[in-house]
Design a binder for this molecule. Structure first.
Ligand SMILES: C[S@@+](CC[C@H](N)C(=O)[O-])C[C@H]1O[C@@H](n2cnc3c(N)ncnc32)[C@H](O)[C@@H]1O
Length: 219
């Protein structure tokens, strides 16, 4: 597997100007205090143009991150986000990572979450899930990636509030909350329902803070 730096050094893409398009939906990653600061091996499912990868890498000094994405804007559009007018979004991601100065710490894998999970057998200290935000796909991503966590690994993701709470009210959700995992009470098809079902079936605790959610083993 090659880092973005290896790919650049091999002249495998044309370096472009920095561009992340319209990311008005983006919630910065501000949760490093909840996570062991010494984490080393991480994976992100759904990297888009590299904003969260950059935030995450810069939050943990020793972390290297594998970024999984199909880098296909049609998939992104179908998930309810505004999409930027960028032709080769993979090349733009690679370029942004170089401009962020983190190209030696990011390894991109241009595959679907499903296909990537079949070829990656490593164990991870950290897994950030931000792919498709619906019941079926969050559940599938958890099934694929939760077993690849180290014993004390941390699995988390974005968009706990998205599509459920009116953005005008998001500022009411800045404290840590633990949630019951009675998924039957959640709207059919929602991210929350998929998350809660996985948590319930695997006897995990489910927490959120603002738009960020994470799972923890029951103690
Ligand atoms: C919300 S965006 C990710 C945003 C990014 N994490 C950030 O905050 O900067 C979701 C991304 O997931 C990718 N994606 C959706 N479904 C996927 C799948 N099944 N496998 C791989 N990538 C997927 C889309 O291509 C899109 O780039």
């Amino acid at each position: 597997m090659k880092t973005v730096k290896n790919i650049l050094d091999n002249d495998e893409f044309n370096l472009r100007d920095f561009n992340v398009g319209d990311i008005s939906w983006y919630s910065p990653f501000e949760y490093k205090d909840l996570i062991n600061k010494n984490i080393k091996n991480g994976i992100e499912i759904g990297s888009h143009l590299g904003e969260s990868a950059n935030d995450i890498i810069k939050s943990f000094e020793h972390l290297n991150l594998i970024c999984i994405d199909v880098w296909d804007l049609n998939l992104f559009k179908n998930d309810g986000f505004s999409i930027p007018n960028i032709d080769n979004v993979y090349e733009q991601f690679l370029s942004n990572i170089v401009h962020y100065g983190i190209d030696d710490r990011i390894t991109p894998i241009k595959l679907s979450s499903e296909d990537a999970s079949k070829i990656i057998n490593d164990k991870f200290d950290f897994c950030y899930i931000d792919g498709l935000h619906n019941e079926k796909n969050i559940y599938l991503d958890l099934e694929r990636w939760y077993p690849k966590l180290n014993n004390d690994g941390f699995i988390c993701g974005d968009d706990w509030l998205f599509n459920t709470i009116n953005p005008n009210k998001w500022s009411n959700y800045t404290s840590i909350e633990e949630h019951n995992v009675d998924f039957e009470n959640e709207r059919g098809g929602s991210l929350r329902r998929g998350l809660k079902r996985f948590a319930k079936e695997n006897k995990l605790k489910l927490y959120s803070k603002y738009n960020f959610w994470w799972l923890d083993k029951n103690v």
